[in-house]
Design a protein around this ligand. Sequence first.
Ligand SMILES: *Cc1c(COP(=O)(O)O)cnc(C)c1O
Length: 436
Amino acid sequence: MEKSSKKQKEIASKIEPEEVLIKWRDWNWQLKHSIQDIETFEKLLGIKFELTEKKKLEETLELFPLSITPYYLSLIDADDFRNDPIYLQSFPSPEELIISSDEFEDPLSEDKDSPVEGITHRYPDRVLFHISNVCSMYCRHCTRKRKVGDIDCIPGKEKILQGIEYIKNTPEIRDVLLSGGDPLMLSDEYLDWILSEITQIPHVEVIRIGSRMPVVLPYRITDELVDILKKYHPIWLNTHFNHPREVTASSKQALKKLADAGIPLGNQSVLLAGVNDCPRIMKKLVHKLVQNRVRPYYLYQCDLSEGLSHFRTPVGKGIEIMENLIGHTSGFAVPTYVIDAPHGGGKIPVMPNYIISWSTNRVVLRNYEGVITTYKEPDAYVKAYCDRKCGDCRLQLKLDDDATEYKGTGIAKLLADYDDATSLVPENNERMERRI
Ligand SMILES: *Cc1c(COP(=O)(O)O)cnc(C)c1O
């Protein structure tokens, strides 16, 4: 039992007096009793909002629904709830009603990069497969707010089969990311079926699941679920812890089950003002994660989704956090800080600058301590000219399943020996248009 078990007992007895804690760990009970209105929230937490505030909150809920599992609610410190990181992530703020002009309903153009419903195909070799529009807890900072509460909560088999068909017919896809909503909202049987369908596709090498269940409803990670997942290895799972206080005894138990089943675990945090925009909080979080065999994967700059301006920080805050992590702690505890470019540009890593200067054979660098150092480059380096004929190259690949023909794209194309391109010119470049 975790430290807050007294509070859990209190909340459980308010929900169902006769049950007390017997059903607390039953994930279906948690879902059935998710808090979806302000009165219940007030009652369970023992707080009271003023009438004017309550009216504003109700208005917010009309735009974006409220749903908190009793478990996640039990982590809120009722005596100091206004600044509580769990409260801020799960309870509406009237500030969500403010929609600024540089915010978008679909900031990442996920729907535009969607060849069939449910699939976002943005990168060459991997796709996002949305197999659920529901979550056990509605994060107030959700980037897919537009989809939450859609009537088509969990797509039926025909819809799922359309996505699977697309993956089947697209041989370059080697990595399928199940996302949503939360894929683990699906029943064990349904998930089992989807996973078995995807694993049968010969070119799919790995399946990833993105789920916040270990954070907001850790009891979803049952032995039965884990037994299903491990039939389909390699399965990777990324979860979404934002604050060290979310790492509880129950969530640790869930992570242990997953890690013991051989599922590599990653974490994607979002930088949120008032929640985790502090180097010390983030360092504590990444340490707790690696203690539980979770590798910090990404730290996201908050997306330009509608109604999130109160959550956004300057990019400098993220750089400051990275400056406080890189070198100061274990390399595998440091996530990559990324900005997901508006309109589908994808994730762009951002970092403090470490290269100070460069000459023909020396790089001048600085380290995390501020030490300035030089790296002397080799005087004689014979590079292998690449004409994409791997069979004739002195660098041995020599794999039976020979590498597929490699095509340069983006900046990599500018660096390639086999491509004549010397520049990437944006469309509608005025200078180029004058030439015509
Ligand atoms: C984040 C994302 C991926 C996966 O990116 P990785 O960097 O491989 O984790 C794939 N597709 C879309 C649309 C994404 O947003």
